[in-house]
Structures are given as structure tokens and as C-alpha cells.
Design a protein around this ligand. Structure first.
Ligand SMILES: Cc1cc2nc3c(=O)[nH]c(=O)nc-3n(C[C@H](O)[C@H](O)[C@H](O)COP(=O)(O)OP(=O)(O)OC[C@H]3O[C@@H](n4cnc5c(N)ncnc54)[C@H](O)[C@@H]3O)c2cc1C
Length: 383
């Protein structure tokens, strides 16, 4: 989420002060503007606000560029009627035009998944496993469990991921995080990881697990490529740092693959993000299929989720901004719009501190929470 002030009424504080002063003066607002120093304007505005004389603040407005917000937020923000909006349209912008225009959109997916299956099958062959996972794909693609040097279009990270899912284990030994059977020595020696042999095992040092994890999962489409979800989640349980890193990779995937926002409560937990990604992927697939069969974007977009990103230009005058901050900076407001309101408030406070001195959640000014029993607990429920 990014907020930028595109433009605003020049000298906002002086304009409000002059407009308000005019009510009690015999001279023109032009001369009043000239007479106001910044300090005098600030102290006059303070009086005005304390009196609740708010209409002069309507003469000043701010225009914001708001990027990287969800269409859920769009539905909420446009309920604020005393404002003007321009919104990036899904009628004219197709978030997945690259995928739609690609002739062979399955080529990369197939090379990646075939490399994975070769690594996975190699483990089955070497360890004489009867693991039937992926059996139908293994037959479909004539997978033999080849060594990397014998694979024409090898995608090495996927191959190593196949080996990890086929035979890798997580160790309880704090020094070593990932363990492979000795049979995979030649394949693992060819990787750049810090490996050690002990008894009948090949071990990857704990300090190198982060690199290993990034290598096998980085840039992955978590809904399209093969990987063992339980193993990914087990890695998250291994250490806080690993979990943090995997969460970042998953969040990047939501942004890059699905042009979607991810709510904060979902964005913290890998399992929740993976569930979210599966939903996004299903919507994206249907959208692409509909557009490819000739359905107009304006109709195909019905299948896209509320989490889809958008961009907004919004203009509001100061009085309406007060109302907006009052409602949306409150802890009771939904997280994404609250974050946006707080970012906007910080921006306008920089430009016009005295105008926005009392803006924000009502409790901050009142010293108690007008939400009563629904309050967040930051302030008492009554005076
Ligand atoms: C925590 C929270 C939960 C919410 N939950 C819901 C929900 O469940 N369902 C739902 O539909 N909405 C919900 N809303 C949206 C809410 O009802 C308002 O529509 C939204 O906050 C815009 O506020 P507003 O009308 O004050 O803003 P604006 O439309 O910008 O209006 C500003 C002010 O102008 C005046 N005004 C504007 N239009 C009129 C009018 N026609 N008549 C008289 N006075 C007018 C009012 O004083 C108003 O406060 C929620 C909002 C919040 C903050």
C-alpha cells in the first residue's frame, strides 16, 4: 500500500484562517490572507476547531494517489460520499494479460514440474520406495528418475525440491536441519550447499537451510508447481527465521502471480496464505479461461476476488477528511482501511499540522471511547 499526495490547495492553513476570519471582518479575504502569518493562522485555526466552526475547512482539499489496495477497501472508501474518486478499472485493465497472450503458457510449468518429478522418482528408485504420490503424472510424462545430467530441460531448483520431498527429512539435531539418505550423495555434492556426511546420512547445516529453502521455493507458483505442503509447513516450524522467510516468499507470490492484496490476519500464517493462494489461483484460472474463450473483460472480471488490487485517486476536503479519519483511524475499522487512513493522516499532518491537530480516532481527542462496550480497550468506555 502506498499513499502520495498529488496536490492540495496552496497555503491550506492560511486559506482556512482567512475564510473563517472573513465571517467577523469588514475587509476582503485577499487582504486577510496577506495579514495572516503562519503562526497567527495556526492559533486562529485552534480556536476555530475548539468552537466546532468547521465549514471554513471545506475550502481546502487534498488529492491522494492510493496504490496497492484491495477492491474490498475500494467498496469501503467510496461509501464516503463527500469525496471524489477515479479508480483503475478492471474493464480496461487485465491483470493477467501476459499469461493470456502467451501461446505456450504451460511450457515453463511443465519443465518445472517434470524436473521435480524426475528428482522425486530418483528417490523412489534409489531407496526402492513404493511412494505412489504423483504416480499418474509420472506415467503421463514418462518420468524415469534420471540423474540431472541426463535431463534435457532441467530446472535445477525444482529437481532438488523433488529430491527433498522424495527423501529429505527434517532433523532434530540443532546443528543440521535437513537430512538425506547417503544414496543421494552424488546429486547433493553437485549442489552448492554446505553438506556433510555422517554415518549413512547427508546433512545440510542449519545455517545453510535458509539458502536451501530459498533455492527450492523461490519464485514458485504455489498453486501450479509441485511441492509437498506438509514439508513446507514443517520447515516453517523449524525456526522463526525460516518461517519469516517462507512467509515473505508466499506474500510475494500473492502479489506477483495474482495481483492481489493479502489481509494482515492471513499474511502471518503460512497455512492460511497457502489456502488463500489456492482460492486466488482458482479465480485466476477461470478468469483466463473466460477471456480466452472470448468473454469480455468487463464480464470475466466477475470471477475475480475482492482481494484483487486496484489504484485510486481520491480528493477530499478537510472537513470530510476529519470525518474519514474519525471513522477509519479507529481500532474498530477494518485493518486495511485503518492502515490507509493512518498513512493519509501522517501525510496531511506534515503539510498542515494545525489543521489536522485533532484529527484521528475520536478517543484520541475525547479521552474516552464512544464505541462503548465495542471499544478496543485503549481508552475507558465513558467519560
Ligand atoms: C466500523 C465501521 C463499520 C461499518 N459497517 C457498515 C456496514 O455494516 N454496512 C454498511 O452499509 N456500512 C457500514 N459502514 C459504512 C458507514 O455506514 C458509512 O457509510 C461510511 O463510514 C461513510 O461515512 P459517512 O456517511 O459519514 O461519510 P460521507 O458519505 O462522506 O458523509 C459525510 C457526512 O455528511 C453527511 N451526509 C452525507 N450524506 C448525507 C445524507 N444523504 N443525508 C444526511 N447527511 C449526509 C453526514 O453527516 C455524514 O457523516 C461502516 C463504517 C465503519 C467505520
Amino acid at each position: 500500500m502506498k499513499v502520495t499526495i498529488l496536490s492540495h490547495t496552496p497555503e491550506p492553513e492560511k486559506v482556512v484562517a482567512a475564510a473563517a476570519r472573513l465571517c467577523y471582518s469588514k475587509i476582503s479575504a485577499t487582504r486577510l490572507m496577506d495579514n495572516f502569518s503562519s503562526e497567527k493562522a495556526a492559533s486562529f485555526i485552534k480556536k476555530l476547531m475548539n468552537m466546532g466552526h468547521m465549514s471554513p475547512t471545506e475550502h481546502v482539499s487534498f488529492t491522494f494517489a492510493i496504490d496497492g489496495v484491495s477492491r474490498t477497501l475500494l467498496a469501503q472508501i467510496t461509501r464516503h460520499r463527500i469525496g471524489s474518486y477515479s479508480v483503475q478499472s478492471l474493464r480496461y485493465n487485465n491483470p493477467f494479460d501476459k499469461e493470456i497472450s502467451q501461446q505456450n503458457d504451460n511450457e515453463e510449468l511443465t519443465a518445472n514440474n517434470m524436473s521435480y518429478l524426475e528428482g522425486f522418482s530418483l528417490c523412489n528408485n534409489l531407496l526402492v520406495n513404493n511412494n505412489s504420490t504423483h504416480q499418474s503424472q509420472i506415467e503421463k510424462y514418462h518420468i524415469k528418475g534420471r540423474l540431472p545430467e541426463n535431463i534435457a530441460k532441467l530446472h535445477k531448483p525444482s529437481y532438488v525440491r523433488g529430491i527433498f520431498d522424495g527423501a529429505g527429512k527434517l532433523s532434530d539435531n540443532p546443528e543440521f536441519a535437513v537430512v538425506f539418505p547417503l544414496e543421494l550423495e552424488s546429486v547433493l555434492t553437485a549442489t552448492h550447499f554446505n553438506i556433510t556426511q555422517r554415518d549413512d546420512e547427508i546433512l545440510i547445516k542449519s545455517e545453510d537451510t535458509l539458502n536451501f529453502t530459498r533455492y527450492i521455493y523461490d519464485d514458485l507458483d504455489f498453486a501450479g508447481y509441485f511441492y509437498d505442503e506438509d514439508k513446507l509447513l514443517a520447515l516453517c516450524d523449524k525456526s522463526h527465521k525460516l518461517k519469516e522467510d517462507i512467509v515473505l516468499m508466499l506474500q510475494d507470490s500473492v502479489n506477483a502471480e495474482y495481483y492481489a492484496m493479502i489481509p494482515e490476519s492471513i499474511s502471518r500464517e503460512p497455512k492460511a496464505i497457502l489456502t488463500y493462494i489456492k482460492g486466488l489461483a482458482a479465480c485466476k484460472r477461470c478468469y483466463i479461461d473466460l477471456v480466452k474463450m472470448g468473454i469480455d473483460q468487463e464480464d470475466a472480471r466477475y470471477i475475480l476476488p475482492h482481494g484483487t488490487q486496484t489504484r485510486i485517486v481520491m480528493t477530499m476536503n478537510v472537513r470530510s477528511l476529519y470525518n474519514f479519519f474519525n471513522l477509519r483511524c479507529c481500532q474498530r475499522a477494518q485493518t486495511e482501511i485503518r492502515q490507509l487512513a493512518n498513512l493519509m493522516l501522517a501525510e496531511v499532518k506534515e503539510l498542515a499540522p494545525s489543521l489536522f491537530e485533532n484529527a484521528g480516532a475520536p478517543c484520541e481527542e475525547l479521552g474516552y471511547c464512544p464505541e462503548g462496550e465495542f471499544g478496543c480497550g485503549k481508552y475507558p468506555a465513558s467519560k
